[in-house]
Design a protein around this ligand. Structure first.
Ligand code: F6R
Length: 241
């Protein structure tokens, strides 16, 4: 495991540069992407590097980790909308190259198996961006999700609904379900970049990286990944030193 500890800005910068290097070495890179607060600054750095002509996304394909069930794509809280706002509309990635699970598909089970198949058929994810939830979730894989899980329909836990309610008008409006890549889907990525920020993540990142590998802490599975790069800001790294 490669572990970088620095300011949040340095994590964003270095992480973005690592992604740009990946794309410049393999222009048709398959990226796995995350939403949430954590990667926003890193995405801003990617946009800047694109504007400075250090990278082109014209051959890149992306697969997002997850999407809510039952809110329209145009809804400001959909992950589709988030990705357009925070990355896709600012770079030269062709619209047909970006994929998120479709939380409005008529048959959600079929959508999950199709999504998994599309990832595999594209050659698999070269580099997956991850954040971590306070309960150790990665994607929407909540505690006790089997390590063998592939893309699936998830009932969100109360703690995740509460954490995500900050983006909605009220907790009642947070969808109760989501589609998420599984833990096996994530672990099949050739390289994983995990970003962790803030004092409120200090406990969970310590557990995830230094504690036992257990489905109770989904992110602990990352200890078994052969090519894990972790970018932790100083506040979140308080217990790692
Ligand atoms: C987002 C995702 C989630 C977040 C996690 C941390 O696509 O899959 O696992 O990475 O909930 O969220 P933030 O970054 O908002 O603390």
């Amino acid at each position: 495991m490669y572990l970088f500890i620095g300011t949040a800005e340095d994590c964003d910068k270095k992480g973005a540069l690592e992604i740009v290097n990946q794309i410049n070495n393999k222009p048709d890179t398959i990226l796995g992407l995350a939403t949430g607060s954590t990667p926003v600054g890193m995405y801003q750095n990617l946009i800047k590097l694109y504007r400075d002509k250090k990278v082109s996304f014209s051959q890149v394909k992306t697969y997002n980790l997850d999407e809510y069930v039952g809110i329209p794509r145009e809804h400001v809280c959909s992950y589709y909308y988030f990705m357009q706002e925070n990355l896709f509309s600012h770079i030269d990635i062709p619209a047909e190259n970006v994929s998120l699970p479709d939380g409005n598909a008529p048959d959600l089970e079929k959508e999950c198996s199709d999504y998994e198949e599309r990832i595999a058929n594209s050659g698999g994810i070269d580099l997956q961006v991850l954040g971590i939830g306070h309960n150790g979730h990665i994607g929407f894989n909540e505690p006790n999700t089997p390590f063998e899980s592939v893309t699936h329909l998830v009932d969100l836990t109360q703690s995740t609904i509460k954490a995500n309610s900050r983006f909605f008008e009220s907790e009642d409006q947070v969808p109760r379900q989501a589609l998420s890549m599984g833990i096996k889907t994530i672990m099949q990525a050739k390289k994983i970049l995990l970003f962790v920020k803030g004092a409120d993540k200090a406990d969970i990142i310590h557990k995830a990286l230094k504690g036992p590998v257990t489905p109770e802490v989904p992110a602990s599975v990352l200890q078994l990944h052969p090519n894990l790069h972790v970018y932790v800001d100083k506040a979140a790294a308080a217990k790692l030193k």
